[in-house]
Design a protein around this ligand. Sequence first.
Ligand code: EPU
Length: 424
Amino acid sequence: MTEHFQVHGGARLAGAVDVVGAKNSVLKLMAAALLAEGTTTLTNCPEILDVPLMGEVLRSLGCEVTIEADTVTITTPADLNHHADSASMGKLRASVCVLGPLVGRCRRAVVALPGGDAIGSRPLDMHQNGLRQLGAHSEIEHGCVVAEAEGLHGAQIWLDFPSVGATENILMAAVLADGTTVIDNAAREPEIVDLCTMLLQMGGKIEGAGTSTLTVHGVDALQPTEHRVIGDRIVGATWAFAAAMTRGDVTVRGVDPHHLDLVLEKLRTAGADVTILEGNAFRVVQRDRPTAVDFVTLPYPGFATDLQPFAIALTSIADGTSMITENLFEARFRFIEEMIRIGADARTDGHHAVVRGVARLSSAPVWASDIRAGVGLVLAGLCADGVTEVWDVFHIDRGYPGLVENLVNLGADVRRVAAAPERS
Ligand code: EPU
């Protein structure tokens, strides 16, 4: 039995929505709990499928994990199992983030290659090269990343590309290395800053969080801590796009609007009125049909690749022609095939897509290929004539807590339906 969403087109979203902690932060913070013996508590955690999956990964390493509403408690033992090869490993990408902490704590790790979204090739060469520079040997063996070190020492590491995952793994190994590590061309995402904040609270010594150069002075041991996960900027941006696409009026609470500076500026270019409100909130009001706007995905503070499906969805109903450039994950344009099913006029050429806005989309059954593509189809369905069926919604459940409830609260008619699909 597979579930699908029935999205009735035509509603103008209006009201307020609360956004909780970021998926791409909480999963890394859970991995960071491996670095300190004792009990770490994370609050403001999203109630999404990936959190219990990551909990399973940590349990397989010897941790006790409890998840109650928005609070995750992890008790890490003195002796960790360094084999991370449970079935849950293959179900999410962030599972690879146990690599750095295990190498830091145990000086050896065997970590099953991660799963996650089918959005293009996702090698681990930068993760491995960073660990090698810290003194570890690392190979891929029988489907696992294996890393072993006699001792870890500080190093100067230049990343070829500001990879989020590689920055996190190297950082979490370097905090327990001897001496000072400098990571240059490091990722600057707010989720990296959140990880640095937690590591500092645990007794780590890190300078430069949020810049391209992270300096890490290794310490002998870290202490467990209590930490509140930052608000999910990708979910926050999703609501901003939803407001702009439905000519709605939505107030988004729980996300730092400065994490979305470029996104909100792009929506202003498309015709939205965006107001920054007190206390991590903003309001997006769109009165007329959005106008065409170009998007180029880049590492933060550039426009996030995770928002690219929403950019395609918005421009598919905008007035005019837009160009979308994808620089991170080549397969993310698979989303366009589904958009074409519901009447979008879009074509790709390499890592560019040209989208000619149409006056209306026309409902059809469509299939989510990953978390963001799935939600992009829901947003497009809100702007289509009739009822759009979005299938394979388990992808959406991995990243969006209470999506349907939130949409209904904002005035949309969206239902989760259980039924067996037939795909020709
Ligand atoms: N890359 C390499 N070698 C490496 C690591 C990365 O070539 O060793 C390449 C990738 O192939 C990609 C680019 O570098 O072209 C960026 O990848 P990055 O390592 O930054 O991505 P990630 O850590 O695997 C995280 C998020 C993704 C998000 C990207 C980019 C998590 C669990 N995932 O992935 O989020 O798209 O950063 O911002 O944090 C999502 O949430 O829907 C999602 C896919």
